[in-house]
Design a protein around this ligand. Structure first.
Ligand SMILES: [Fe+2]
Length: 162
C-alpha cells in the first residue's frame, strides 16, 4: 500500500509541475487537413507527350501526372521553351498565386528578372523557388531550354501585369 500512495503522490506533483497559466500555454498547431490518399504514378519520357495547350503559347508542356495522382495538390511538368526567344511575346511582367513553386533547369539556360532579386541567368542545374506573388519577367532563353516546374496547388492563378 505505501507504494501505491507514493505513485499517486508522484502523479500529482507531475501534474502540478506541468500546469501553466492559460496565457503561457503554447497554442496548439492547427492540424493539417486530411488529404485523400495519393495514387502511384509514373511518367516515362516520350517526346509526343509535350503538348502546346499549356499556360504559354511559346512553350510545350509534358505533364508528369502528379495532379491526378495527388487529387490536385501538386502539379509537375517539364517545360520546353520554343525557339527562337521573342522578347515581345515572352517578356511580360507577371506573378503566380501559389502555395509553392519550384523550377529546375534541365537543359540550356534562361534569364529571368525577379522582384527584389534582379536579373539572374539560370543555367542547367540551377534551382529556385518563386514565393507566391513575386513579380518576374523572362528576359531570354537558349534554343534548347527545358525546365522542370513543381507547383502547389495544381490549379493556380497567373496574374499578367502588362
Ligand atoms: Fe512565371
Amino acid at each position: 500500500m505505501p507504494r501505491a500512495k507514493a505513485k499517486v503522490k508522484a502523479g500529482r506533483s507531475a501534474r502540478t509541475a506541468r500546469w501553466q497559466s492559460p496565457a503561457k500555454r503554447p497554442v496548439p498547431a492547427a492540424r493539417p487537413k486530411a488529404r485523400p490518399a495519393q495514387r502511384f504514378t509514373v511518367s516515362h519520357h516520350r517526346d509526343e507527350d509535350f503538348r502546346t495547350d499549356g499556360l504559354r503559347a511559346y512553350a510545350k508542356y509534358r505533364d508528369l501526372g502528379l495532379s491526378r495522382a495527388t487529387h490536385g495538390m501538386v502539379q509537375a511538368h517539364v517545360i520546353r521553351l520554343l525557339p527562337p526567344f521573342r522578347r515581345e511575346e515572352v517578356s511580360k511582367r507577371h506573378y503566380h498565386d501559389v502555395e509553392f513553386q519550384m523550377v529546375y533547369v534541365l537543359k540550356g539556360w534562361l534569364e529571368t528578372e525577379l522582384e527584389g532579386e534582379g536579373a539572374i541567368v539560370m543555367k542547367e542545374g540551377s534551382c529556385w523557388i518563386q514565393p507566391s506573388g513575386i513579380e518576374h519577367t523572362v528576359l531570354g532563353y537558349s534554343d534548347n531550354c527545358e525546365v522542370l516546374e513543381i507547383v502547389l496547388p495544381a490549379d493556380f492563378k497567373t496574374v499578367e501585369l502588362e
